[in-house]
Design a protein around this ligand. Structure first.
Ligand SMILES: Nc1nc2c(c(=O)[nH]1)N[C@H]1C(S)=C(S)[C@@H](COP(=O)(O)O)O[C@H]1N2
Ligand SMILES: [Mo]
Length: 203
């Protein structure tokens, strides 16, 4: 074989190999509309559990040991009142399903089917003021996304959920089990995972 033929063959092999690598990387990911944009976005290559990428795993956030604790309760409080709900209490409340995206500033966005309790229903139980901002607190011991605040307009949106399920399954630990916030029209950073507390902010 001439050296020219050899290098052409090597070149073609190279193309074939990188195409295979791209197919391998995208297989299992289901963010269709933005697929080319998302290709190198997720830190967890290949999609992450329940077909949704993860920005930070439970282990990385230092919460993995806390998630299995049967004493976990979600505390929801207003200036006057508070309720504490187990995961089973939350499961027994009316459930709402919504297809909502997670849009991360790191460059990926993917729609998913979420199911859980309306945040508004929990705020009614705790008696929060309808115009007050509410604070979401995570089990996460430290880090920038440990706590976030949500203006009342979002908190009372009927599609803002304390999600218990993702794409038809119990939330994966890495997606925020036992419960996480998912709200329409908010950036991914504010979709707090591993909730421990929701409380009304002072006026
Ligand atoms: N407690 C907590 N919640 C969090 C985060 C985090 O690091 N800690 N990351 C946020 C960011 S930046 C994004 S994009 C989404 C990603 O959610 P997912 O990992 O379930 O896809 O979770 C958000 N909620
Ligand atoms: Mo993010």
């Amino acid at each position: 074989m001439s050296s020219e033929g050899q290098s052409r063959r090597t070149f073609l092999l190279g193309v074939g190999a990188s195409t295979a690598a791209l197919v391998g990387l995208t297989a299992g990911q289901t963010f269709s509309p933005l697929a080319p944009v998302n290709l190198f976005g997720p830190r967890v290559q290949g999609g992450g559990p329940q077909d949704v990428p993860i920005n930070r795993t439970a282990k990385q956030a230092g919460v993995d040991a806390l998630l299995a604790d049967p004493r976990w309760r979600l505390r929801v409080s207003s200036a006057r009142d508070a309720v504490e709900l187990s995961r089973m209490d939350l499961e027994r409340m009316p459930q709402t399903e919504a297809v909502l995206p997670i849009a991360c500033v790191e460059g990926w966005s993917t729609a998913a089917r979420w199911r859980g309790v309306r945040l508004a229903d929990l705020l009614v139980l705790a008696g929060t003021h309808p115009e007050r901002t509410v604070r979401m607190v995570s089990l996460q011991p430290r880090g920038a996304y440990r706590e976030t605040t949500m203006p009342s307009h979002y908190a009372w949106d009927p599609l803002t959920l304390v999600a218990l399920e993702l794409n038809g399954e119990t939330l994966d630990a890495d997606h925020g089990y036992p419960a996480r916030i998912i709200a329409p029209g908010r950036p991914g950073v504010l979709q707090t995972k591993w909730l421990s507390e929701i409380r009304e902010e002072p006026a």
